[in-house]
Design a protein around this ligand. Sequence first.
Ligand SMILES: [Ca+2]
Ligand SMILES: [Ca+2]
Length: 226
Amino acid sequence: MVARRGFTLIELMIVIAIIVVIAGVLVASFGGVFSRRDDAVAKTTIETLSSNIQSFQGRWHAYPPGSVEALSVMARSAIPVTDPNEVNCGIEALVLALRSRKNGGAYLSADLFANDEYRKNTDADTLMDDPFDIDGSRDLFEIVDPWGTPYVYVNMNELRNGKVKQSIQLEDGTVVELNLTEMQEKLKHPTTGQYPTGYAIWSFGADKKNDYGRGDDVTSWPKYSD
Ligand SMILES: [Ca+2]
Ligand SMILES: [Ca+2]
């Protein structure tokens, strides 16, 4: 009679360990592919917004401001319009400026605005008056990155003058406050001391954490090495 020999516990553990290692390598490399793809999507969205901003700037002779209030001054609105809350102000003002039909607009790309993967209203706020002549909903929309976080939009004049107030509401409702001094510091080129021209847009990146355009963030300007 031939004795059938089963696997010993040690052999089984070795096999399981090998499977775990292979699975880990596969997950990591797939994860890498996905995060590179998401980074590319964020980059393309920022490029689209940048080209919309250039069209706006060509007609308004200024870059979009970072608050609804400042936009209402720029649009010479008879009724001053204020931001309903202090959340997502920069990107909301940008979307609103690019949706305005004044001065030959609207300038916001339909591919961005018509796609509800990109267009959200994470803080559910709405414009009371419309001196901007927008078409459709008065919701104060944001454009969000592939990880569901609204992009940060900063007007450089406002940043230099210390007039930027920014906080971003994440998909899960958490509000991330951005610090003005840190923003002024991190957006400045480490050797030349120059700021990006006109405006800055960035995504928090895959970690959904604000790095002021450093780390894994995706930016509208050539990223500085830390
Ligand atoms: Ca909003
Ligand atoms: Ca980040």
